[in-house]
Design a protein around this ligand. Structure first.
Ligand SMILES: O=C(O)CCC(=O)C(=O)O
Ligand SMILES: [Fe+2]
Length: 368
């Protein structure tokens, strides 16, 4: 079937391409953001300064600035997934609307134990309190695990103001423990958390599939064997949050992401209908983000939203993500069940590794 000539779709791709072509992987160490490289409290090194049109808090009369709206993202109670009859139908409809209109929503009754979350928060905090040299700093490549800092976005050449811990947790053979932090408590809690949050992500994917009117396993079958990555982002206070960015505008490339914001510092923003919306940390909730492969499989019905992390002048912010990724060779295409003469396919079948590569843009020369 011919590709759809859909104006909204064309626009979304253009927006994405403008922000993408982007994620590069040159990582200067030690951490530029945590290093004492600020001589004057009002200046930051030029590598962190975004070009004027891309700054998060530019003056409101700048033409290219998008307004920040106070409207909050939807909230879904997953307890209703185990109900029956019309209560369950209403629940599935709510989930469908959250995925189709926002692509991001908070979930309660998510099944991840509260004490596990507080243990995770505690051990992450201990890890981030260590001097940089003891966090296991090393030069990270595109697919490496461990602690690193300062991603450079090729589209702007700007270094992001964050450091991070990234580990692969599933399948088990992808865990390269030599790159993980040495603390046995932190390792253990990451493993326990990854098991629990993985169950949640699979559950959400099944419910999304049902909400599209498909069998519960249809989306999962399209995604193939899951690959899970846990990412801890740490955004240190920044003296010029108007000039720098914690994580630049992007969509998540995998199937479904789950975010936990352990503290009350708001930094995540999501773009919806031309406006940035803050995503606060709802106490007791986790936040689900629809990622690109679900947008493709759902033929654009569900949205993988553009989002970014803005900075704070005097507070640290931490976000902990679990990414549901795919095997690099996995081919994803719009599900046939969702294709008809009136809904032609909006995407070509794409291998996950090619999609990931296209989202990153060309690798920089000094990337490892
Ligand atoms: O820090 C956040 O809240 C979001 C981070 C994020 O979007 C990502 O790591 O992909
Ligand atoms: Fe993201």
């Amino acid at each position: 079937m011919a590709m759809a000539e859909n104006k909204d779709f064309v626009l979304a791709v253009q927006i994405s391409a403008q922000y993408r072509g982007a994620t590069a992987i040159s990582i200067p160490l030690p951490s530029a953001a945590t290093d004492n490289c600020i001589d004057d409290e009002n200046t930051i090194p030029s590598r962190f300064v975004l070009p004027p049109g891309r700054r998060p808090l530019s003056l409101p009369n700048t033409a290219d600035v998008l307004r920040v709206s106070p409207e909050e993202v939807p909230v879904i109670d997953l307890a209703a997934a185990s109900s029956y009859g019309s209560t369950r139908s209403i629940f599935l409809r709510q989930l469908y609307c959250a995925c189709a209109n926002w692509g991001i929503f908070h979930v309660y009754n998510h099944g991840v134990p509260e004490d596990l979350l507080s243990d995770l928060g505690l051990h992450v905090q201990k890890f981030l309190a260590l001097p940089v040299a003891l966090r296991g700093a090393q030069k990270l490549g595109n697919h490496a695990q461990g602690y690193g800092s300062g991603f450079v976005r090729l589209s702007t050449g700007t270094t992001e103001w964050r450091d991070f811990l990234r580990v692969y947790t599933y399948p088990l053979h992808r865990r390269h423990y030599e790159a993980w932090p040495p603390s046995p408590e932190l390792r253990k809690v990451i493993e326990r958390y990854s098991d629990e949050v993985r169950k949640l992500q699979i559950n959400v994917l099944r419910l999304m599939s049902e909400s599209l009117g498909l069998s519960a396993h249809r989306l999962e079958e399209m995604m193939g064997e899951m690959q899970q990555t846990i990412l801890v982002n740490h955004y240190p206070p920044c003296p010029r949050p108007d000039l720098a960015i914690g994580i630049d505008t992007h969509t998540d490339v995998g199937a479904v992401s789950c975010l936990w914001q352990p503290d009350d510092v708001v930094g995540l923003q999501v773009l919806r209908e031309g406006e940035w919306h803050p995503v606060s940390s709802a106490r007791g909730a986790l936040t689900i983000i629809v990622a690109d492969q679900v947008q493709i499989a759902s033929n654009g019905i569900f949205k993988s939203p553009l989002h970014r992390g803005v900075l704070n002048k005097d507070k640290n912010r931490v976000s902990i993500l679990s990414f549901y990724q795919l095997n690099p060779e996995q081919l994803v295409s719009p599900l046939e069940d969702l294709i008809s003469d009136s809904s032609p396919p909006m995407y070509q079948p794409t291998r996950f590794k090619d999609h990931e590569q296209a989202a990153k843009g060309p690798l920089s020369a000094n990337a490892s």
